[in-house]
Design a protein around this ligand. Structure first.
Ligand code: F6R
Length: 606
């Protein structure tokens, strides 16, 4: 989604500003631009395309100034055109603005402004704001007051940053419903949609809350409430993320790097204080219904969690997709909502949490980005510490979330007396031994996985099938495949296939099976039965199976053989290797892996 960045310094900041929007590229966008003040005049350069491409066309880095704002736009209102790209300029050329979010009442504001004689340069909702500010300034003669009076007319969710040639020593910013953070450094301050923008320059940050605005100079950042201008005193936070972890580090794509990062992210999940895990388990134990909620990948994480809680703790926790939560969940004061999100800024998920809070339910979150809206909104937060996830498609963050849900389910199982101490300890041991094993397996298996992906990438239609917990694993793996290859990949319970979808099977529809270890006898037999159903209709069958699975190797046309690992590790291992398979399939097809078409990293609009 759109990325905002603003920088003010003692010297020319163009390189820093340019770098900062490059650091936001991963969010997904279709156009970009910069505004800077030079000799008391605002200069705007913008166009469609990637940051480097726009730089080649518009020479962004040739701009000059000690203050500037920049933006990457993911179109919502208005097509992908240079005119609709941000920053926008007021009719009197004195104010320039970048904005993220949606101004719901922009149509009536636009009509009002047009009736007053303002000519619009774009189709965006954003442009109304910059003209409103210019008009208010003409009346009030005070920039801060003009900024606020324009903001007070907006309905919707927004984060915005503004510069003005009337006063080139301040950047103004406001947050309502869309993320905005401040980065603080000696002689240079930042405003951005997320920490990644300024992480190479400073790790000291302040998170803005809804209804606040900021006035940022070279050496100060003042935070106030928009409603009454009262000052907010907030301690800065220290970002633990290492900027090195936001770099590709020799890998050809972030997706590959993040798949290989997973031993590290599992370890980080395992170092979450056990008190936090226990506290969440106790909250579930004491709650009426506990819902697990996420959307896209995090919905599939929630679904996997549902299986962990049923099997290990004897508790059924409904998993609900965030976008359906308000229509479906019956939630009240006794209930608990556990939300799962990498970014903590997903509109659908945060809307679900607000709904639960309005019903006085308790809320918890498993979140990767510290300081994100979700992490601040919930009663209890578990920060997963997976580090920055740059590829648009989620891999390492999702896996860490599944591990955390497993740990909570184990803790609840122990509290409930559903599992004995020995099982608890054995499971803990095998998950603790998992990270070095992942490293080894990934290194050993990559060549084989690539080879198989090369040989199967020509299939246009895919079925991803599994039973039990392997069903959400199949769903998540299918989503990865769709996202990075653009192929049709349908995830489904293997047992569901014969109830309709089997009609689609022929020699052009390939099925990928997620087989459990043979030790899970019933589940294994049931999954193999589905393999036979597909084979009987001439459908090609490939799959993930374990070394000791002779039956699977007889039944499948091709398989990826995994070393025998103890429960509860097998489904995690299959997911990691399936991520790798999608990656290599997309590589073969020449797709834009880290930024697949039409997708954005954090979906902050509804
Ligand atoms: C898929 C993917 C998305 C996100 C979803 C929720 O690879 O990344 O489906 O999982 O948009 O995002 P977060 O986790 O940031 O709330």
């Amino acid at each position: 989604m759109c990325g905002i960045s603003a920088v003010i310094g003692n010297e020319n900041v163009v390189d820093t500003l340019y770098e900062s929007i490059r650091n936001l590229e991963y969010r997904g966008y279709d156009s970009c631009g910069l505004s800077m003040i030079r000799d008391d005049r605002i200069e705007v350069r913008k166009n469609t395309g990637g940051v480097e491409e726009v730089n080649l066309k518009e020479h962004l880095t040739a701009m000059r100034g000690c203050i500037g704002i920049a933006h990457t736009r993911w179109a919502t209102h208005g097509k992908v055109t240079a005119a609709n790209a941000h920053p926008h300029l007021s009719f009197d050329n004195r104010f320039s603005i970048v904005h993220n979010g949606i101004i719901n009442n922009f149509r009536c504001l636009r009509e009002e402004l047009q009736d007053g004689g303002v000519t619009f340069a774009s189709e965006t909702d954003t442009e109304v704001l910059v003209h409103l500010i210019a008009i208010a300034y003409a009346k009030l003669g005070d920039v801060e007051e003009a900024f606020l009076s324009a903001i007070r007319r907006l309905e919707g969710s927004y984060a915005a940053a503004m510069i003005t040639s009337v006063d080139s020593s301040r950047i103004y910013a406001v947050k309502m419903g869309s993320p905005l953070v401040l980065g603080l450094n000696q002689g240079m301050n930042f405003i951005a949609s997320d920490f990644n923008a300024f992480l190479p320059y400073t790790k000291t940050a302040m998170v803005m809350e809804d209804g606040e605005y900021a006035v940022v100079t070279v050496d100060q950042a003042k935070l106030c409430k928009a409603v009454d201008r009262s000052e907010v005193i907030r301690d800065p936070i220290h970002i633990e993320w290492d900027p090195e972890r936001s770099r590709k580090g020799g890998y050809s794509h972030y997706m590959l790097k993040e798949i290989f990062d997973q031993p590290h992210t599992i370890k980080s999940a395992l170092t979450i204080p056990n008190d936090d895990i226990l506290q969440l388990a106790k909250s579930i134990q004491g709650a009426g219904t506990t819902y697990l909620m996420g959307v896209g990948t995090t919905y599939y994480v929630a679904l996997a969690g549902q299986y962990f809680f049923s099997r290990l703790a004897g508790r059924y926790l409904p998993a609900v997709s965030s976008d359906e939560f308000n229509d479906l969940a019956v939630i009240g004061a006794d209930d608990l909502l556990i939300s799962i999100s990498q970014s903590g800024e997903t509109y659908d998920t945060n809307t679900g949490v607000r709904h639960a809070r309005a019903q006085h339910a308790k809320t918890a979150g498993i979140v990767n980005v510290m300081g994100s809206s979700l992490s601040m909104m919930v009663d209890q937060v578990i920060l997963q510490g997976s580090g920055p996830e740059i590829c648009v498609v989620s891999t390492k963050a999702a896996l860490a979330q599944m591990v955390i849900l497993l740990l909570v389910a184990l803790e609840l199982g122990r509290l409930n007396g559903k599992i004995d101490t020995q099982t608890y300890e054995t499971y803990h041991e095998s998950i603790t031994d998992f990270p070095p094993l992942v490293q080894k397996i990934l290194n050993e298996i990559s060549g084989f996985v690539r080879n198989l992906a090369d040989r199967t990438a020509h299939y246009k239609n895919w079925m991803f099938l599994g039973r039990g917990v392997y069903y959400p694993i199949a769903l998540e793996a299918a989503l990865k495949m769709k996202e990075v290859t653009y192929l049709h990949a349908e995830g489904m319970p293997a047992g569901f296939l014969k109830h309709g979808t089997l009609a689609m099977v022929d020699d052009e529809m390939i099925s990928l099976f997620f087989l459990p270890p043979p030790a899970r006898k019933t589940l294994h037999e049931q999954t193999l039965a589905a393999v036979e159903e597909v084979k009987a209709r001439n459908g090609p069958v490939i799959g993930f199976c374990f070394e000791d699975d002779l039956l699977a190797k007889k039944a499948l046309d091709h398989w990826i053989e995994l070393p025998v690992v103890a429960e509860p590790v097998p489904p995690f291992l299959e997911l990691i290797v399936a991520q790798l398979f999608s990656y290599f399939s997309a590589l073969k097809l020449g797709r834009s892996i880290d930024k697949p078409r039409n997708l954005a990293k954090s979906v902050t609009v509804g």
